[in-house]
Design a protein around this ligand. Structure first.
Ligand code: NDP
Length: 270
């Protein structure tokens, strides 16, 4: 039976095994999907061991997405653009690296939330691995403008500078530049929710009928509370993105596209 796993540190909390088990059952695919805790200084050795054991592929989570990018012997264009890898396929000695986070976010917004991105003014908050992963697919979604803000503004500027031949107006700035600006979609790609910290966001940031999207899932974050205080009606967490990025990885490995709506609904119910 084909074997896959999510590699991380920590990894115990990962919902990926549950999601892939649901996909496998739904599509009749025979596979095993587990969790592998790699030592912080032992990502490459863990991958080599998994290849030796006959694994077919792996998902990669915190903090190894950049190391996975370095380790891959082949990269898809979207992984190259992101500079980070969350999906590995082992084909003989080849390690193929892909990044499905961005397509997962865009599919969740367009198909699950039924919120259009075309022609919208979008604010992306954060310049870490998650933000890097979604920048390219957002730029491909025919936005009106894309602004990136980050606490360490140099990281946002470097991220924007790496995006080449962009048709969408793309700017990077600090939180200080936000007062007076208005956006149709605001995406929180920071980990501030993990530490329950409030972002320095001004009042009046959201257009009428705007979407506030937090990539974190599992609980109400200070960003979601802020959006509620601002009167935003459409507030989403990152559970749909999580399931959609997994579905894309499943498709890469199995060439079968699972139904995601039923899996998202089941996970919300539990
Ligand atoms: P990283 O550690 O790579 O980046 C963290 C980012 O958050 C940086 O931009 C950092 O800014 C910013 N940040 C952290 N704390 C604060 C704060 N108090 N105020 C302002 N900015 C802050 O993390 P990732 O990019 O990998 O992950 C970010 C979030 O996205 C996590 O919550 C993660 O769970 C979620 N995620 C969700 C996914 C999904 O499928 N739903 C997929 C991937 C990630 P600075 O550069 O200044 O330090």
């Amino acid at each position: 039976m084909d074997r896959y796993a999510v590699i991380g540190h920590p990894v115990e909390h990962s919902k990926s095994p549950l999601i892939h088990a649901a996909f496998a059952q739904q599509t009749g695919q025979q596979l095993e999907y587990g969790k592998v805790l790699a030592p912080l200084d032992g990502f490459a050795a863990t991958v080599a061991e998994m290849q030796a054991q006959g694994y077919s592929g792996a998902n990669v989570t915190v903090p190894f997405k950049f190391e996975a990018y370095e380790l891959a012997t082949e990269l898809t264009p979207r992984a190259r653009q992101a500079g980070a890898v969350n999906t590995l396929s082992f084909v003989g000695q080849v390690i193929r690296g892909d990044n499905t986070d961005g397509v997962g976010l865009v599919r969740d917004i367009l198909h699950n939330l039924q919120f259009p991105l075309q022609g919208q003014r979008v604010l992306l908050i954060g310049a870490g691995g998650a933000a890097e992963g979604v920048l390219g697919p957002l730029l491909d979604a025919s936005l009106a403008t894309l602004s990136v803000v980050n606490r360490s503004v140099g990281k946002a500027q470097a991220m924007v500078a790496r995006a080449s031949a962009v048709a969408v107006p793309l700017v990077a700035h600090s939180f200080d530049a936000l007062p007076g600006q208005v956006f149709d979609v605001v995406i929180n790609a920071t980990s501030s929710g993990l530490s329950n910290e409030r972002l320095p966001l001004p009042s009046g940031l959201f257009a009428t009928d705007a979407l506030a999207y937090d990539m974190m899932y599992g609980r109400e974050t200070p960003f979601m509370q802020y959006a509620r205080e601002e009167g935003v009606a459409r507030i989403a967490d990152g559970l749909g993105m999580l399931v959609e990025q997994a579905a894309e990885a499943f498709y890469i490995w199995r060439q079968v596209r699972p139904d995601t709506a039923s899996v998202i609904a089941a996970m919300r119910a539990s």
